[in-house]
Design a protein. Structure first.
Length: 249
């Protein structure tokens, strides 16, 4: 056990922030930590857009589902999969890079690179005593988000990261059991055991919600997931991504 591990294991989403901006030094440190993340073949296929302007943050909050903590925080980062710069590299070096940039593989690389960078940023922020919350709701209305952020082709805003000084800290949500997540040598396919683990986890989550809400909520995790997955959500994404000249081959 050390301070890094303690920080990681202590993570929880923060949804109430003081209206107090981060310093330029804090922002630079968080971005520098993001850049220190591993990147496939050194491609560095992401960009980060910082949003300070209160009007823009309010617009993004509305697009993300009226999430107040997108508007009120210390700083709002938007993490983007980015292969635009690589288009320019191809032009500069007079190489035909288009087939690669339009491949599913490079699209996946950009997604993975962006996620790795974001998690580094999140851990850095939490290690500084700040709170964070990932905002996937930006993908509700990506055309509008792209217009606000003025992103070019081959750049996809994937999610936001609200960072700031917490004013309210909630309990830590229990994760799936270790045995359910970690498989050794091969994927465990004993369905009965798998379902039993899920039932046990349902009991844990139901108790967590019951305690957190004084009995007004006690839904199970599998119930949550089934209800969520039964709703078709953001089904425009494939067309949107391909319109931006990614994931075409």
């Amino acid at each position: 056990m050390n301070e890094v591990i303690k920080t990681i294991l202590n993570h929880r989403s923060i949804r109430h922030f003081a209206d107090k901006p981060l310093t330029d030094e804090q922002i630079k440190t968080i971005v520098s930590c993001a850049q220190a993340a591993a990147t496939s073949s050194f491609i560095q296929a992401y960009s980060i857009i910082g949003v300070k302007d209160k009007k823009k943050k309010k617009q993004l909050a509305e697009l993300a589902g009226n999430q107040e903590y997108v508007a009120v925080n210390g700083h709002f980062f938007v993490f983007c999969a980015d292969l635009y710069r690589h288009t320019l590299i191809g032009q500069q070096e007079q190489k035909n890079v288009t087939p690669s940039l339009e491949s599913t593989e490079k699209f996946m690389v950009a997604l993975i690179d962006t996620a790795l960078a974001a998690q580094n940023a999140a851990i850095a922020a939490e290690s500084m005593g700040l709170g964070i919350c990932y905002i996937g709701g930006l993908r509700n209305h990506l055309e509008e988000v792209k217009a606000i952020l003025k992103t070019p082709e081959r750049v996809i805003p994937l999610f936001g990261l609200a960072v700031g000084y917490p004013t309210k800290v909630t309990g830590k949500k229990p994760r799936l059991p270790f045995e359910h997540i970690y498989h050794e040598e091969e994927y465990e396919q004993n369905q009965q055991e798998y379902l039993q683990q899920l039932r046990q986890y349902d009991d844990v989550i139901s108790s967590y919600y019951h305690e957190r809400t004084n009995g007004t909520r006690q839904d199970r995790w599998t119930e949550q997931m089934a209800n969520m997955l039964a709703r078709q959500n953001r089904m425009y994404m494939k067309d949107f991504v391909q319109k931006n000249k990614l994931n075409l081959r």
